[in-house]
Design a protein around this ligand. Structure first.
Ligand code: ATP
Ligand code: MG
Length: 322
């Protein structure tokens, strides 16, 4: 059996009478990437803060272990094993990027020379060497984000929590960050991340959990989650309103989008289904201006699972599920 870097049973947290986490279970094997998805306010940051000892779970929670240590009784040991990059920056703007890093090295009790070596290496890795001697307040949002994560790595943690690590990064910086996260995992580090970007979870995570309404609405690999929900469809778009109306009559089971002059037919996108649709259009003498085949992606999963009180309904195009 693989060891679990994070194991939580019945994790609960309420603020007053508002239940944020209503007893969630988490099991993250060592050396893997786990992504926690959920709409704004779902409780992602709350989960990260609890698991990284910044706030306490409700006493009614079950056993929670991080790095093999009991969160309730061995918080100090947990802190020694982890690194945390919060959703909001921990960078001190008044001092330089390098000084921020050296401060972290001091906090981790690294000897001075070791602190300098690690700082130089990480600044280089995060493309911050040129800016190292400038006050962090002069950095762009993306540079601050990179410095934030570099600071997290100073203590060489075995488990890292990244709360929306790529929010605000440009596409190149995002891809760099993904590369860095993959490298960390290759070295055996466990990564627990939250993200609003479904492609990020799809790209990085071994397992993904979707948090909604205080509970884990679904959990699995990206592929497993995509299989959970329907959402595949063929979409036909028209520029001529008459052609659109005629096509809507010929394909009377299609879902209409009158504004976009588009029709959607639930379908797994097989060759046979496509041919049938095209034959029916041909028979009616209609040409579509655009035909696209849509297979479910993590966006569909997200919308299907997190739209309040609207369960995913089989064979409905995703616009209805949203
Ligand atoms: N200290 C607090 N006191 C009261 N309510 C809080 C506190 N911290 C968080 N909450 C509430 O808990 C809920 C979950 O917040 P949390 O920050 O964990 O969400 P999130 O999933 O990280 O959202 P986002 O995607 O916006 O970052 C929200 O309704 C928030 O208002
Ligand atoms: Mg958050």
């Amino acid at each position: 059996m693989t060891n679990l870097a994070i194991a939580a049973n019945g994790l609960r947290k309420s603020y007053g009478d508002k239940t944020v986490l209503d007893g969630i279970d988490l099991a993250v094997p060592e050396g893997t990437v786990f992504a926690l998805l959920g709409p704004n306010g779902a409780g992602k940051t709350t989960a990260v803060k609890i698991l990284s000892t910044l706030i306490s779970p409700d006493p009614a929670s079950g056993d929670i272990r991080v790095g093999g240590h009991d969160l309730a009784t061995k918080a100090q040991a947990v802190r020694a094993a982890i690194g945390v990059t919060g959703q909001f920056s921990a960078v001190d703007g008044l001092i330089t990027g390098e000084e921020n890093m050296l401060l972290m090295a001091d906090l981790h009790h690294l000897p001075k020379s070791e602190g300098r070596r690690v700082t130089a290496e990480l600044l280089e890795r995060f493309d911050l060497t040129d800016a190292a001697k400038k006050p962090a307040s002069t950095y762009s949002g993306g540079m601050k984000r990179r410095l934030d994560i570099a600071m997290t790595l100073v203590g060489n943690p075995r488990i890292i929590f990244l709360d929306e690590p790529t929010t605000g990064l440009d596409p190149r910086a995002r891809h760099n960050m993904w590369g860095i996260i993959r490298e960390l995992v290759t070295d055996g580090v466990t990564v627990f991340l939250t993200t609003q970007y479904l492609d990020e979870a799809d790209e990085l995570a071994d397992r993904i959990a979707v948090l909604n309404d205080g509970k884990i609405a679904a959990e699995g690999s990206a592929e497993e989650l995509k299989r959970l929900i329907p959402g595949g469809h063929i979409r036909l778009r028209f520029t001529d309103p008459d052609a659109y109306q005629n096509a809507a009559l010929a394909l009377n089971e299609a879902h209409r989008d009158d504004e976009a002059l588009a029709l959607q037919i639930p379908s797994a996108g097989s060759q046979r289904e496509l041919r049938t649709i095209l034959d029916r259009l041909d028979t009616a003498g209609i040409d579509a201006d655009e035909l696209t085949v849509h297979t479910p992606d993590l966006d569909d999963v997200f919308f299907a699972l997190t739209t309040a009180n609207v369960p995913a309904q089989p064979n409905q195009p995703k616009e209805n599920v949203r």
